[in-house]
Structure formats: C-alpha cells, structure tokens
Design a protein around this ligand. Structure first.
Ligand code: SF4
Length: 439
C-alpha cells in the first residue's frame, strides 16, 4: 500500500483532540501518514468545534482556504468532521462545492467505509447519524508517548441551557468496559504511564449499558492494569459525584489527586436557569469530602461569565465560591450565544463590556489563588511524570505532578517517560520549577 499524507486541523476540547487521534489511527490503517503541512497532503480533515462562535467561524474559513488547494490538486480529499459538521450536515456541501466528506464525531468509526465510497463512486459522503449501541473501539494515532487520552463514552443526556453538545454529540453512549480495559492494557504494554479517561459527563459512565458497571467500578478495573501508574478523568458532572465514587477515588492509589469539577456559577439562581441540576450547597460537600479524604487534592473548574440575567450579586457569589473552594485553576469564558440553545433566545443578554469587566475581576482572583496554591508547594517533594523538553527552556525537562501542576527542572532525555522526585524551588501562577532529588 503506497503512503499517502493526511493533514488534520483540530479545533476545540480534548475530546476533539482525541477524536483526531482516532481519525488518524483509522486512516493510518488505510495507508495515510500524518503531515504537518496541508499543501503536501492527499487528504485534509478539519475537525470542528462549535462551543463558541469564533471557533466555528475559524473552521469555516480554514475549510475555504483548504478548498482552494483543490484547484491545483483535484485528487485531494477534503473533509469536515466534528460538531459543526454534525450540526450543518448537507449544508456544508452546498457551501463548499469541492468537499468530499462530512461526518459527526459519532461516525468516526465509519471513516474507512466512507473513504471507500468516495473512491468508488466519486461522490461526496455525509454521515451525521448516531449509530445504535455502544461506540466501537477504534485505533488512535497518538503523538504523546507518555500520556494517553482514552474516550470511554460519547454524548450527553443533560440539557444545560447554554450547551450545544447534546445536539452535536447526541445521546450518552458508553463503551463496553472490557474493551476499555483492553485498550488501556495495550497502552500499558506500549509504555504509557498515564491515562486520562474522556467523556462529556465522564462519571455517568455505564448508564447506557446493561453490564451493570458504573464509573467507580471502571476505575477499579483500570487501577488493576499493570504498567499504568496514573489515572485521570475529565469532565465529571457534580450531580454524578456520588459517595461510592468519592470513596473509590480516595482508596485507589493510581487515581491522581486532582479533580476538574465544573461549577459554571456560584449563584443558585444562575445555576437553576442554566439547568445544571445542582445548587452550591450540593456542590460544596463534594469538595469538602474529597479534601477530608485526600488532603492534597487539587481542584480546577469552569466558570461562564455573563450568562443571560447574571446580576452583579450573582457574579459576586461566583467570586465568593471561587475564593471559598480555593481552586488551583479556573477556566473562565464569556458566555457565547449558540444557535438552537434555549439561553441564546433569552432577552436578558449581558453586554460585552460588563462581561469584560467581570472577566478581569475573576482573572485577578484566579491568578492570586493559583500563585498562592503553587507557592505552598515550595520545598515539598513532588513526583513528576516527565513528558519531554520544556518549550520555555530547552535545557530543562517538563512534566506534571499528580495534582496536575506543570514542573520544569534540569534533567536528562533518558528520564522522559519516567517518574522523578523533584524538590520545588520556585512557583508562579502557572508553573513550578524544581531540582531533581537523586536516588
Ligand atoms: S453536562 Fe456538559 S456536555 Fe452536557 S449539556 Fe451540560 S455542559 Fe453540555
């Protein structure tokens, strides 16, 4: 089989990054190898995200740019994947005449068949239907050799008023536990030390299956895989952080002391309008209980700024909650009106200048908290999984602690992929520096 070149442009979250790895893995079996250069590619896939308007616009503009390459290279196969493809389906073909392939994230497993259809019929293919049953296991072309992302479920059965995911990724569908364990065992054999389990509401894993395995059970199965040293997951939904899961996290040694637990707002009134399904008083005990059982537990969260109707008082409650929970990291975003979501139709939209001012206040608080949390680690010894050379300073290695903090320190290339003890000597709000402990 002759080698052809594949270029994938990925927008959006880690789920999309891993979806691109899966597209790459399936097409590798069809003779394609990844390239960083679109103009030397035989096939280009734009893997899209429509969580925010800007990202969707950028994806369409890139697609237009890549469509021009077909003028000089008529055999180039051009495709759009992901959430925008799922949402717009056939409409994308009308907009870009030279497009060959449009498919949603639920249809990634069908990529080889779609490719065959294009080759045989010289007709474009659109596939945006949700297939029945659990998602199939697909190969993945992973760049990272130390840490691996593993998708354990697709879709979401919740309906937050701001979110497009239920429309673009469909209903919740969990993979069979035996297939996940098998994939992770293969990753361990290939030398991977850390896995991150992915799902839109990762801790509701298993609800769509008949096998009676829930997320805590799955963690226990994966904890038993030899060679895997660290297990992370994202993103859990607070409503599915049940006592069994919290105790399992505290008990299993490979589960990292880190939890990304989206809060979205510190105001119960806003949470209710968002349709999040929890109040602050229901969220608080999750953090408290985990901190009691796992004192070193680090937390990060997502906050939406300027959700329709958010008052100054609502926003102050968010600032209070962020300060109370002492997050190690906060990912905060302006609310973005997304088509066909309930909140996009509401009249009490917040002006951009108000969102900007609130953004600046949250940013200042977040940085101060992160700096203080990191500063407390000075003089402690942290186990670091070494990922590679630091991008800031090539003389240094870089890796993460179990609590997901980035650490730079001097070391040898032979230590890449190893767990190294590092004494922390410096802390900023975004990274730590340290010295390797000998022995
Ligand atoms: S739980 Fe997450 S993925 Fe599901 S609708 Fe809400 S924000 Fe979207």
């Amino acid at each position: 089989m002759s080698t052809k070149r594949l270029y994938i442009k990925t927008f959006g979250c880690q789920m999309n990054v891993h979806d691109s790895e899966r597209i790459g893995g399936l097409l590798r079996d069809e003779g394609y190898r990844l390239t960083e250069k679109p103009d030397e590619a035989d096939m280009i896939i734009v893997n899209t995200c429509n969580i925010r308007e800007k990202s969707e616009q950028k994806a369409y503009s890139d697609l237009g740019r890549f469509a021009m390459l077909k003028r000089d290279k008529p055999d180039l196969i051009l495709g759009m994947a992901g959430c925008v493809a799922q949402k717009d389906g056939e409409k994308v073909l009308k907009r870009y005449k030279g497009l060959d392939l449009v498919f949603g994230s639920s249809n990634i497993e069908n990529v080889p068949q779609m490719l065959q259809t294009i080759t045989l019929n010289a007709q474009p293919v659109v596939m945006v239907l949700e297939p029945p049953g659990p998602p199939k296991t697909t190969p993945a072309d992973r760049k990272d050799r130390v840490r691996a992302w593993v998708s354990i479920m697709e879709g979401c059965d919740r309906h937050c008023a701001f979110c497009v995911v239920p429309m673009t990724r469909g209903r919740e569908r969990s993979r069979l536990s035996a297939e996940i364990v098998q994939e992770v065992s293969h990753l361990a054999e290939a030398g991977y030390k850390e896995i991150t389990l992915l799902g839109q509401t990762v801790n509701s894993y298993g609800k769509s299956l008949e096998e009676g395995v829930d997320f805590a059970d799955l963690l226990r199965m994966l904890n038993a895989v030899d060679g895997i040293e660290r297990i992370r997951f994202m993103s859990p939904h607070p409503s599915d952080m049940n006592p069994k899961l919290i105790e399992t996290m505290a008990e299993l040694p490979k589960i990292c002391e880190f939890l990304h637990l989206p809060l979205q707002s510190g105001s119960d009134a806003v949470l209710k309008r968002m349709g999040r399904g929890y109040t602050l008083n229901e969220y608080r005990p999750i953090v408290e209980r985990l901190r009691r059982l796992v004192p070193d537990m680090a937390f990060s969260t997502d906050i939406i700024i300027g959700f329709p109707g958010e008052t100054e008082d609502d926003f102050k409650k968010t600032l209070d909650a962020v300060a109370e929970f002492e997050y190690d990291n906060v990912y905060y975003f302006h609310y973005s009106q997304r088509p066909n979501t309930p909140a996009a139709q509401w009249e009490d939209q917040i002006p951009d200048e108000v969102k900007d001012a609130r953004f600046a206040r949250l940013s200042a608080l977040e940085k101060a908290l992160a700096r203080e949390k990191n500063r407390r680690l000075i003089d402690t010894v942290q186990e670091v999984l070494v990922e590679g050379r630091s991008k800031r300073d090539r003389a240094k290695l870089t890796g993460r602690t179990r609590s997901n903090k980035l650490v730079h320190f001097e070391g040898d290339d032979r230590e890449i992929g190893c767990l190294i003890n590092v004494r922390i000597t410096f802390a900023s709000s975004t990274y730590l520096e340290g010295m390797r402990i000998e022995g």
